[in-house]
Design a protein around this ligand. Structure first.
Ligand code: GSH
Length: 321
């Protein structure tokens, strides 16, 4: 079988099995810790504006999701932002975009320093997004699905007055089920295609991915957003994969039955979101391309980054809504 990009996350049959998230602390007004204090006995950290720092990489879809939700909810003053270089070296994510190579608030050069300050025995992949406590320098969470739901629910007191409700209580049963399908078949599905090390695992992931995209296209033919007339967390989660589709997944991960631009409903839907404040301005196609093509040596050993595709059509009229 071919060599896996992440050997600890490859099954006997060559399928990619993503590692679990190690840090699962939650920032919540229900923490019993005083302001400035650490987590309580249930790993709940006090809700405080300005205390926590979101570390993201512009290329990463899981981190991108957190950034869009933070922006849509108007939490940009409450949660500061640290941005890592899209290219990791053998020590992992680096703060080389910052002056002198250090995050100016946390004072670290590598995100791994925060992981090891939290768990000195940590041996998994050091991943973004990570929410880091600026008081102790510890990682509160790298649990990306819970993080964004908490921004919607636990951080409500700090939302902008006109913030949308991205996770409405009455929609949650349907929304949760939809997001689970999108995660399994699309968000992680593209990685299951790209990181497969057997033909069979790739074929299965590929068919599942495009069957789901076809079903989502169908769903979006008579509604503007996945849950109807308002944007929800599900749209954010689908968007972050769609916006990377043609620039990275179609070529690099071999998701090439169709380009996004060849799936008319999804393409118009993705452009609609791209042109919505909070979405398009957070997209960095250059970082996306360089990260994928230059850091997965098992998939693209030359590290050559393609020059295409032409991206100007993202801003053309979408005709929806
Ligand atoms: N936390 C999740 C998802 C987040 C994730 O995979 N982020 C990627 C970037 S898109 C990352 O940080 N990768 C670090 C690495 O591959 O070493 C995981 O552990 O799989």
């Amino acid at each position: 079988m071919a060599q896996a990009q992440f050997s600890a996350e490859s099954s006997d049959t060559g399928a990619f099995v993503r590692q679990p998230n190690r840090f699962t602390g939650r920032v919540t007004p229900h923490s019993t810790s005083p302001p400035g204090g650490g987590p309580d006995d249930q790993d709940r950290w006090p809700l405080e504006p300005g205390r926590y720092r979101l570390i993201w990489c512009r290329a990463c879809p899981w981190a991108h999701r957190a950034l869009i939700v933070r922006n849509l909810l108007g939490l940009d003053d409450a949660i500061s932002l640290g941005t890592v270089d899209p290219i990791r070296d053998d020590r992992g994510w680096r703060f080389t975009l910052d002056q002198d190579g250090f995050d100016p608030v946390l004072g670290i050069g590598f995100l791994s320093e925060a992981y090891l300050a939290t768990d000195s025995d940590y041996t998994g992949r050091v991943t973004v997004p990570a929410l880091v406590d600026t008081v102790t320098g510890r990682v509160v969470t790298n649990d990306y699905p819970q993080l964004t739901l908490d921004l919607s629910t636990e951080w409500r007191r700090l939302h902008a007055p006109d913030a949308p409700d991205l996770y409405p209580v009455e929609l949650r049963p349907e929304l949760d089920a939809l997001m689970a399908e999108i995660h399994r078949d699309v968000n992680n599905g593209v990685y299951r295609c790209g990181f497969a090390t057997s033909q069979q695992a790739y074929d299965e992931a590929f068919r599942t991915l495009f069957a789901r995209l076809d079903a989502l296209s169908q769903r979006l033919t008579d509604r503007r957003y996945l849950m109807g007339e308002r944007i929800t967390e599900a749209d954010v989660r689908l968007f972050t994969t769609l916006v990377r589709f043609d620039v990275a997944y179609h070529g690099h991960f071999k998701c090439n039955r169709s380009k996004l631009t060849e799936m008319p409903v999804l393409w118009a839907y993705a452009r609609d979101l791209f042109q919505t404040p909070g979405f398009g301005e957070t997209v960095d196609f250059d970082h996306i391309k360089r990260h994928y093509y230059a850091t997965h040596g098992a998939i693209n050993p030359t590290g050559i980054v393609p020059l295409g595709p032409d991206l100007h059509s993202w801003t053309t009229p979408h005709g929806r809504g």
